[in-house]
Every structure is written in structure tokens, then in C-alpha cells.
Design a protein around this ligand. Structure first.
Ligand SMILES: O=P(O)(O)O[C@H]1O[C@H](CO)[C@@H](O)[C@H]1O
Ligand SMILES: [Mn+2]
Ligand SMILES: [Mn+2]
Length: 406
């Protein structure tokens, strides 16, 4: 028997997606551009970090070779180790959409072949009949926002009016999302979650992937802050995923962080919530201690995306990568024969790119563990190869999409 630990570094793309132009993202490269900025001194921030990007542990696991295979060049200013430990490659996304659920479902062997619903950029983002029905059922006087926005910018702009009027702030992005920001105390967290659940039901016919509750605290534009009580209400994956298949075979899936929400709680045995990458790593290490033969520990490290990618914060993203990398030896120390660690990402969110949305990119695929022979697996044609490799490693039957690289 065996165990698998799957860590998704949310938005850690490596560029090179062949269909990037269709998403307006030709040339986007999260790792490549962060490295380039850091090498040029544009990744420095006093008290946080300085100098070229330094990821020694992921580099020894093949990250530099991965970047070159995905996007054509080694990241700037980063040494290329000669000896690589582990399996390394990149993967191209075949799902339609560069959002978190599409990426995670495809990683778990279930690509998204249908088109999600999206909201228009010009004019009101949301259909009036939907907003009318939502406000009526939820008993709120109306909504604020009704546009595409960055979540931190819109609460600074409309948060005070929201407190005054009791109208939730509703906004979207280039993803298939309906997001609702409301004050945790003035509006109330439970009311916000109830509002989102109504919206979830009403939006099913619009094919919207996720409704996201974005609670915040603070009293004025300069002190508003989002809290860790974010909740995502996702539609169900279109087919059973690796997670469902594992649970069906009597295995346990330990879902750390957002994973439970991303999979609409399907195929999840145990949810472990944690806030921030460090706490997520702590929770993952404890889950590794508890995982039994045949189990999967599946963690989403959300800070890369939520706190730095969407915020277009290069030094912040670089520092978060360096902090993650520095903790990998703690994972290495816990590994037993039969264990497999996989590091990957769900899409890009290039912090040097225009706008604040995700970017269509390839993702890194690193797989290692005791006794696993180091080799290149090239550029995989779908993220689904990751899920199928884990299925093979854990000894369950292969699914219909993707091919194992093990
Ligand atoms: O700007 P914030 O609120 O962080 O929103 C971002 O988070 C959403 C979910 O990942 C994305 O679609 C993007 O809109
Ligand atoms: Mn994501
Ligand atoms: Mn995101």
C-alpha cells in the first residue's frame, strides 16, 4: 500500500500555455516574471525580502527544468542544479476556463469540457431578474457593486456605504464567479452565508461555477480587512473525480484548506481548515501524520493567489514562494517508503500582468518520494495525468481521462 500528498500552490503557473492568446494571456508567466522582476531588483521590499528569487528545494526537484520545458527559458537569476531528485514536468490545461475549480477538477482527473457562464464587463454585471429574486428572497434592500472588481479594492470603495445601507457588495471577475462581500458584524456572517446559498441556487441555471462569500471586518476604508471565513459554494464536478473514486474504494481523503469547498464536499472524508500558507503547511504535516495506507492528503495553498497574485504583489508572491520552499524539508522528513508527494498548481496569476485576474498558463508537476527514480516526464497534455498517476500509485483503477506518468 502507499500514501499520496498532493499540494496545489494556487496560481503558481510556469507560462507557455498554447492557448493563452484565447484568454488574452499570451506571454503571461507567473514564475518567469516573478524571477525576472526579482533578478532586476524589482522584487525587493524592506523587511520582507530582497535579491533574486531563491527556491533551492523546488529547484532540486526540477523546477528550473520545468520552467524551461513549459515556457522555453530558465527563470532569470536562479541557479540550475545539476542533480535533480524526483520526477519533473509541466502540464497543459485542457479545461475551458482558468479558474480554481476547473484546475483542481482536472488535476483530480476530471477536465471541464463545457463552457461556464460568465458575467459581462460592460454595464451591470448581473441580470436584473436574478438580483431582484435574490434581494426579495434574502430580504435585503438591494446590492452594491454589480461589476467586475478586485475584492480588496471594492471593499475599500464601497464598504462604508455597505455598512450604512445594509446592501451586500456583489462583484465578479473573468472567472465564473458571483462574489459577495459583507461586513462580518454589521451585516452578519450567517446572513452573508444564507444570502450566498440563495444566490447559489438561483445561479445554477446561469451555469455559474462558484458563489463566494467574502466577509470582512474593520470600520473604514483604510481598516477594512477580509477574514478567514471565506466560503465557496461550488457546483458539483461534472463526473466523479479521483476523490470520489478513492472514497468508493474505502480510502480516506484528507482535505486541507479550500479543497472541501472546491469539490463541493464530494469525495471528502475529512476537512481540515487553516488560514494562511504557514497554517496550511502545519495542517498538512499533521494530516500526513494521521494518513493511513491508501490515503490522500490534498491541500490548497491559497495565499499565492488570493493575497499576492490577484493583488499584483511581486515581492509578496516571491516571499510566499520562498517561505513555502523553506518548509519543504519538513515534509521530506515525514516521508515513509511508499509515500508520494506531488506539487503542482491550478492556473496562473501572473503578478506582473495587466488587470487582477488569473492567467492561462501551464503548471509545474513535481512528484517525489522514497525510492522514486528521478526523471523528466516532459509536458503533459492534461493536468488529469496528475490524478491518474495518484490513482495508480494508490492502487485504484484508472479513470477515463489522463495517463499516469508513474
Ligand atoms: O479579487 P478577489 O476578491 O480576491 O477575487 C478573486 O478570487 C476569485 C476566486 O479565486 C477570483 O475569481 C478573483 O476574482
Ligand atoms: Mn486557484
Ligand atoms: Mn484566484
Amino acid at each position: 500500500m502507499a500514501r499520496a500528498f498532493l499540494f496545489v500552490l494556487d496560481s503558481f503557473g510556469v507560462g507557455g500555455a498554447p492557448d493563452a492568446a484565447a484568454y488574452g494571456d499570451e506571454g503571461a508567466d507567473t514564475l518567469g516574471h516573478i524571477a525576472e522582476f526579482c533578478a532586476a531588483g524589482a522584487g525587493d521590499r524592506a523587511g520582507l525580502r530582497s535579491g533574486p528569487l531563491s527556491l533551492p528545494n523546488m529547484s532540486e526537484l526540477g523546477l528550473m527544468q520545468i520552467a524551461r520545458s513549459a515556457s522555453g527559458q530558465f527563470p532569470a537569476g536562479m541557479p540550475v542544479p545539476e542533480k535533480i531528485y524526483g520526477i519533473y514536468g509541466a502540464a497543459t490545461e485542457i479545461s475551458r476556463g482558468k479558474d480554481t475549480p476547473s484546475g483542481h477538477w482536472e488535476i483530480a482527473g476530471t477536465p471541464v469540457s463545457f463552457d461556464w457562464g460568465y458575467f459581462p464587463i460592460e454595464g451591470d454585471a448581473f441580470p436584473a431578474e436574478f438580483i431582484d429574486a435574490l434581494c426579495k428572497e434574502a430580504g435585503v434592500p438591494g446590492i452594491l457593486g454589480n461589476c467586475h472588481a478586485s475584492g480588496t479594492e471594492i471593499i475599500a470603495r464601497l464598504g462604508e456605504e455597505h455598512i450604512r445601507t445594509g446592501m451586500p457588495i456583489c462583484y465578479t471577475s473573468s472567472d465564473s464567479v458571483f462574489q459577495v462581500a459583507a461586513h462580518e458584524l454589521h451585516f452578519g456572517l450567517d446572513r452573508l452565508l444564507a444570502f450566498c446559498q440563495i444566490a447559489r441556487r438561483l445561479l445554477d441555471r446561469y451555469n455559474i461555477g462558484r458563489v463566494i462569500a467574502r466577509p470582512f471586518i474593520g470600520q473604514s476604508a483604510s481598516t477594512f480587512q477580509r477574514t478567514g471565513n471565506r466560503r465557496d459554494f461550488s457546483v458539483l464536478p461534472p463526473e466523479p473525480t479521483l476523490l470520489d473514486r478513492l472514497v468508493e474504494h474505502g480510502r480516506r481523503v484528507h482535505a486541507v484548506g479550500k479543497i472541501g469547498d472546491i469539490f463541493a464536499h464530494q469525495g471528502i472524508s475529512r476537512v481540515i481548515k487553516a488560514n494562511g500558507n504557514d497554517a496550511l503547511m502545519d495542517a498538512s504535516l499533521s494530516a500526513i501524520d494521521e494518513a493511513e495506507d491508501g490515503d490522500l492528503v490534498f491541500t490548497n495553498f491559497v495565499d499565492f493567489d488570493m493575497s499576492f497574485g490577484h493583488r499584483r504583489d511581486v515581492p509578496g508572491y516571491a516571499a510566499a514562494l520562498e517561505a513555502f520552499d523553506a518548509r519543504l524539508p519538513e515534509v521530506h522528513k515525514k516521508l515513509k517508503p511508499g509515500d508520494l508527494v506531488v506539487l503542482t498548481a491550478d492556473h496562473g496569476c501572473d503578478p506582473t500582468w495587466r488587470g487582477t485576474d488569473h492567467t492561462r498558463e501551464r503548471v509545474p508537476v513535481i512528484a517525489y518520494g522514497p525510492g522514486i527514480r528521478s526523471r523528466s516526464i516532459g509536458v503533459r497534455r492534461s493536468y488529469a495525468d496528475i490524478g491518474e498517476s495518484i490513482a495508480r500509485h494508490l492502487g485504484i483503477p484508472a479513470g477515463p481521462h489522463g495517463r499516469s506518468f508513474l
